[in-house]
Ligand binder design. Structure first.
Ligand code: AMP
Length: 419
């Protein structure tokens, strides 16, 4: 497989799928440049080799073409500044022949938002209440056009690099289908993608044991696939946050007004049974910090998690639970953390999540490999200022979750050929 380090881009036009789906304020000003910075190593390597760069990305979910509020023209200056070369702009990604043909070595160009075209996602723009057969027919009609769109994008360049981990779980024109139009030596993952894939492999394929997964967050339903896949891999599974209460209720516990999903109770019992059979130690919270209302200023009391009175809801991990979890985490050689163990957005209920962040950082300092990823755990580790104290923080919420579920990511597979 070709890699970005092995490839010499001298004299090549390189189309790079980046994830510039960045947040803007109401005046179109960039409010967080993490994703732009994430793509810089790849872009700079191509330019330094003497290649030219064609950046393509989506931004938001445009409902029309054009949609000025979601135009990538708004970030051209910000990208130029960070990349250190002026970035040109092609205002129509499907008709950029002139701009791409004029590109010289060392120059950079950005295409307009790919999702201005429904061909990018392959999802037809129909009213929400459109009849099912109409949607089906429109999708079928769009499929060949999606291929043509991917082929058009491919025609602008000699080489394709995918560095957009945030969309790696989508089989879109620019993330996967386009790869069909390049031979194996002319397509590769970018540096960011390489790092993400290596991090996933470190925990899912090459984990050192004991391997502990900390799974928190609000709902069992959104993490079911994750837990099921991890049961075959981990030694310890810490289940915290709102999703823990479904497990207690399923076992006959009283959880007061805590968040739970009745329809997931049989599944929760199945997970406990499967864990026992596979020799995985599941650690649920022994006690919970509960509030008398869902607010930061709620009155707080600690209850055993299977014995929370009505009128109270579990909102954070208790010191007793944290003590047990600390021991498990510090004894681990591989740690995967996904999801907060409490309502960490409320400062008064963020203590448990903050403690977990510190334990993961401490274990990492002692030599464990730690991956934090998938949704809110990234916000949590950033909130506690510990992102650089863990081995890797994933940039892709949905993509990381799907990878942990054991699914093959189309954006990666299109290049590696993995099946
Ligand atoms: P997820 O996106 O599934 O990782 O869930 C993250 C959300 O779970 C955060 O917004 C947390 O506030 C929420 N959460 C964690 N613990 C609880 C809890 N005990 N009760 C309600 N929400 C919770």
């Amino acid at each position: 497989m070709m890699t970005i380090d092995k490839c010499n881009f001298k004299g090549k036009k390189v189309i790079v799928r980046v994830d510039f789906n960045v947040p803007l304020d109401e005046n179109g000003k960039l409010t967080d440049d993490t994703r732009i910075r994430g793509a810089l190593p790849t872009l700079k390597k191509i330019l330094a080799d003497g290649g030219s760069v064609i950046m393509m990305s989506h931004m938001g979910k445009p409902k029309k073409n054009p949609d000025p509020k979601l135009s990538l023209s708004q970030i051209v200056d910000a990208v130029s500044e960070r990349l250190g070369v002026p970035v040109k702009f092609a205002p129509d990604c499907a008709h950029a022949d002139a701009e791409t043909a004029a590109l010289k070595p060392g120059e950079a160009l950005m295409l307009e938002n790919l999702r201005f075209y429904e061909e990018e996602t392959g999802k037809p723009r129909l009213p929400k209440d459109a009849p099912e057969d109409e949607v089906k027919a429109a999708k079928a009609a769009l499929k060949p056009k999606q291929k043509d769109f991917a082929k058009k994008l491919a025609s602008y360049a000699d080489v394709y690099v995918n560095d957009a981990f945030g969309t790696a779980h989508r089989k879109h024109a620019s993330t996967a289908i386009i790869a069909d139009y390049f031979d194996k030596d002319s397509k590769m993952l970018g540096y960011l993608m390489e790092k993400e894939v290596a991090a996933i492999n470190n925990v899912l394929k090459n984990a050192q044991h004991p391997f502990t997964a900390i799974i928190g967050g609000s709902k069992v339903s959104s993490k079911l696939g994750v837990i099921q896949n991890l049961l075959d891999k981990v030694d310890n599974l810490i289940i915290g946050g709102g999703m823990g209460f479904t497990f207690f209720k399923a076992q006959g516990g009283h959880i007061g007004d805590s968040l739970h999903e009745d329809d997931l109770m049989p599944e929760a019992l199945n997970i406990l049974k499967a864990a026992k059979e596979k020799g995985v130690k599941i650690s649920l919270s022994v006690a919970t910090v509960a509030g008398n209302e869902f607010s930061n200023d709620a009155e707080q009391k600690i209850f055993e998690t299977h014995n929370i009175p009505d009128g109270w809801e579990g909102m954070d991990a208790s010191p007793d639970s944290l003590k047990i979890w600390k021991e498990i985490i510090l004894a681990s050689k591989t740690i995967l953390w996904n999801g907060p163990v409490g309502v960490f957005e409320f400062p008064n209920f963020a203590k448990g999540t903050g403690e977990i962040a510190h334990y993961v950082a401490e274990a990492t300092k002692n030599g464990a490999y730690s991956l934090v990823g998938g949704g809110d755990s990234v916000a949590a580790i950033n909130k506690f200022g510990l992102a650089d104290k863990v081995s890797y923080v994933s940039t892709g919420g949905g993509a990381m979750l799907e990878a942990i579920e054991g699914k093959i990511l189309p954006g990666v597979a299109a290049i590696t050929g993995e099946k």
